[in-house]
Design a protein. Structure first.
Length: 744
């Protein structure tokens, strides 16, 4: 059976050379039709292999003529061998000249599964002689285009590379058809724990050394994601692919691959409100069941705890029939939470004092009969009711249960061994050290002349925190322990992207018009649309325009491009994203631009996604502004100061010169200028701010001077939308603040 079952239409091409080659195929085909007649067969079989392969290459090296290919390999054993040899297929490509996936370059094996997101097929690459999984994802050409969940999944997968996470080989979006190519793995952890017959069987546990290895690999993969602000939101045994070991028992030395990122989200700052319709019920944490919307990476840890218990016992720990029954399952086995265990439990949306029976004792120890003391200790740390007290993935990796194992070195982040420094810092920190955070000390001279605290993380230096400040001052982090790590990852992304050359940027006047339109939409949909969506869309505009030729750059419709990039950004960022009907102009808004419709937006969306190869995880100025203001008490304690920083940040979107600076530098200068205006012209830059931003005042002053000029211009009619938006009382009326010049 040919893979054409997936997509029976073969891509066509207008290339003259290819057309000529296809014409020659007709003559060759007529000769091959007579191959079955003995005299002709003997003549052809007398030819050397290289000559036969050359004749066959007319049918496979550009676009596969699958019917003729199948006929050729059916002639005889020799033809079958040559038709599937590397000599024939090495010149073929998985991508056709038209840009479509060359489906006929794969041999169809079977349909693996089918779901709401699309269909997955097991295929064999004739070119590489390897098995792959092709996922044909659903795309809606008359509605939303590429679905929001698929866009989020692919954007996340483009930014993660870990040996315990499933590798995405190819993304192919062409003519509203989306195909994804992954290495094929036959079984999941669920398959090994629930075999159709024989094997482990229901109620039988995995061997202890296998539980140790598989749990460690899972935590390593999740820790890798959490350091980058990525939360999976659907961890369960069915989403853990297993590459079997080479021994008699397939789980000995088996390797886990974390898969299915369809519900993935990026945890940003300030924390977003997410949907509660995530995570399969049996692995869903109590905070989501209780209606919490602004949850974080701790939801994945609860799921891992449930998987850990299931591996030890051979059956799920909590098997509720519905959400309320799932809560009853949890509380009846672990006890109803007390105020000491989970202080915010009694204020959650779904809490009712008369609803939950008061189970006072935990039955968990008796239920996990096969667990050792160390396993039980690790399990309890991951199943704490209060998500703020639940172990992080990095802390779980440092648990004594894994003593003797070493986490894979992460080139961008500290390993689990850094927890030694964290714990030492927490136990030895004095009040004078923490005063650096809570009582800002004014910088009167260069940072290098300051007495630096010792680096407690002696086992391995974090290249983004060489002074160990992230671990030396754990209370610097206000929201969660991954805040600064995400900041460091954003800095790494910033280095990867670099500064766009001035000759590859959008026209400054067109940029102002487009950004004004984006801010207007933000004002209209403020309840559903995040501020970051506008910055995200602006970043997509800049990155896409930089990929165009000068001719295409001058011909692009800026208004259409702005609507398209906002549609992409909103699908990635917002719970309720902006629909096409809200992005299509009702009337001609600008004489230089032609009207467009939803189809135009979706067509351009495909071009943008292909040009960027779904590399959508862009660091923006507002990301860094929010991280800086969230981490340092002198900023987050003053709401008007935060509003003003956001006002200047939005204004910087109109400022073409902002593209001369990195987002982190612009954000640090915005924070410094905001403090400058708040303190009536006195520049204040504390040690904690310099530690978080990694910029000193000398580096910031040139940018601050430009921000002063921008601030003066924001009262003009060109920037009226932003000015009026921040004139509102709910945003502190900060647009009325007087611009203050910055001294040299």
């Amino acid at each position: 059976m040919a893979l054409t079952e997936i997509n029976p239409s073969n891509a066509s091409t207008t290339d003259s050379n290819i057309t000529e080659k296809f014409t020659n195929k007709e003559n060759i085909r007529r000769r091959l039709e007579a191959v079955c007649e003995a005299p002709f067969l003997l003549d052809i079989l007398a030819l050397p292999d290289a000559m036969i392969v050359y004749v066959m290459s007319f049918f496979v090296d550009v676009a596969v003529d699958i019917d003729t290919f199948l006929s050729m390999q059916a002639v005889c054993k020799r033809f079958f061998h040559l038709a599937n040899s590397n000599d024939l297929w090495y010149r073929s490509s998985h991508i056709l000249p038209s840009g479509a996936l060359n489906l006929d370059a794969f041999r169809y094996v079977k349909r693996k599964c089918k779901g709401t997101e699309g269909t997955c097929y097991h295929v064999y690459s004739r070119k590489e002689k390897r098995e792959y999984a092709i996922k044909k994802a659903r795309v809606y050409p008359d509605n939303e285009g590429v679905p929001y969940y698929m866009m989020r999944e692919l954007a996340a997968l483009k930014k993660i590379s870990n040996k315990h996470i499933c590798e995405l080989k190819i993304i192919n979006l062409h003519d509203f058809k989306l195909h994804l190519l992954f290495p094929y793995i036959e079984k999941t952890l669920h398959d090994y724990m629930n075999p159709p017959s024989g094997g482990l069987g229901p109620g039988k546990s995995i061997k202890k050394h296998q539980v140790l290895s598989l749990t460690y690999q899972l935590l390593d993969a999740v820790n890798y994601c959490h350091k980058r602000g990525i939360v999976h939101r659907n961890l369960k045994p069915k989403h853990l692919l297993v590459i079997p070991g080479e021994g008699v028992d397939p789980l000995d030395n088996a390797q886990i691959k974390l898969a299915d990122f369809a519900l993935v989200r990026i945890i940003g700052h300030p924390p977003k409100k997410f949907t509660s319709e995530v995570i399969t019920l049996w692995y869903r944490p109590p905070e989501i069941l209780m209606g919490l919307k602004d949850y974080n990476t701790a939801v994945d840890i609860w799921s891992i705890g449930c998987i850990f218990a299931e591996m030890m016992e051979g059956e799920p720990l909590f098997r509720g029939l519905c959400e309320i029954d799932q809560l009853f399952q949890i509380f009846s086995k672990m006890g109803t939470p007390t105020e000491e265990e989970w202080q915010s439990f009694f204020t959650l949306p779904n809490y009712q004092s008369t609803l939950f029976p008061q189970w006072t004792e935990s039955q968990l120890y008796g239920l996990i009969r096969r667990a050792s003391e160390e396993q039980y200790s690790l399990l309890l740390s991951m199943l704490r009711f209060d998500p703020t007290k639940r172990a992080s993935a990095q802390e779980a990796l440092a648990h004594q249960y894994f003593q003797g194992l070493s986490v894979e070195e992460d080139e961008n982040f500290a390993t689990a061994s850094h927890l030694d420094g964290l714990n030492a810092a927490r136990s030895s920190s004095s009040s004078s050290l923490l005063d650096v955070v809570h009582t800002p000390k004014m910088m009167s001279h260069d940072w290098n002349s300051e007495v630096r605290p010792p680096n407690l993380c002696t086992k391995r230096k974090d290249p983004f925190d060489p002074d160990g400040l992230m671990y030396y001052h754990p209370e610097l982090i206000r929201l969660n322990k991954t805040t600064l790590q995400q900041n460091h990852f954003l800095r790494k992304l910033e280095e990867d992207y670099g500064i766009i050359d001035s000759d590859k940027r959008i026209d400054p006047h067109s940029r102002i018009y487009v950004i004004d339109r984006l801010v207007e939409i933000l004002e209209d949909f403020e309840e559903h649309m995040s501020q970051r969506t506008v910055f995200f869309a602006a970043g997509l505009i800049d990155r896409f325009v930089s990929t165009l030729t000068n001719t295409d750059r001058n011909a692009i419709n800026p208004q259409l491009l702005g609507s398209t990039c906002l549609h992409i950004a909103s699908k990635c960022e917002d719970v309720t994203y902006i629909g096409l009907k809200d992005l299509v102009p009702a009337e001609q808004a600008h004489g230089d631009f032609v009207l467009y419709d939803g189809k135009d937006i979706l067509n351009l969306e495909e071009n943008v996604l292909n040009a960027l190869n779904f590399d959508l995880y862009l660091p923006t100025t507002i990301d860094f502004v929010n991280v800086y203001t969230d981490c340092v008490s002198e900023l987050y304690a003053r709401r008007n100061l935060t509003f003003f920083a956001n006002f200047i940040a939005e204004g910087s979107l109109f400022w073409a010169e902002s593209m001369d600076y990195s987002p982190s530098l612009t954000a640090a200068a915005i924070v410094a200028y905001s403090l400058h205006c708040h303190h009536s012209g006195k520049i204040q830059w504390s040690e904690s701010l310099e530690a978080v931003t990694q910029y000193n005042l000398g580096q910031l002053k040139p940018v601050m001077k430009n921000l002063y000029k921008l601030h003066e211009s924001l009262r003009g009619t060109m920037y009226r939308t932003v000015y009026e938006r921040y004139k509102k009382a709910k945003l502190g009326a900060v647009s009325l603040w007087r611009p203050l010049p910055v001294a040299s």
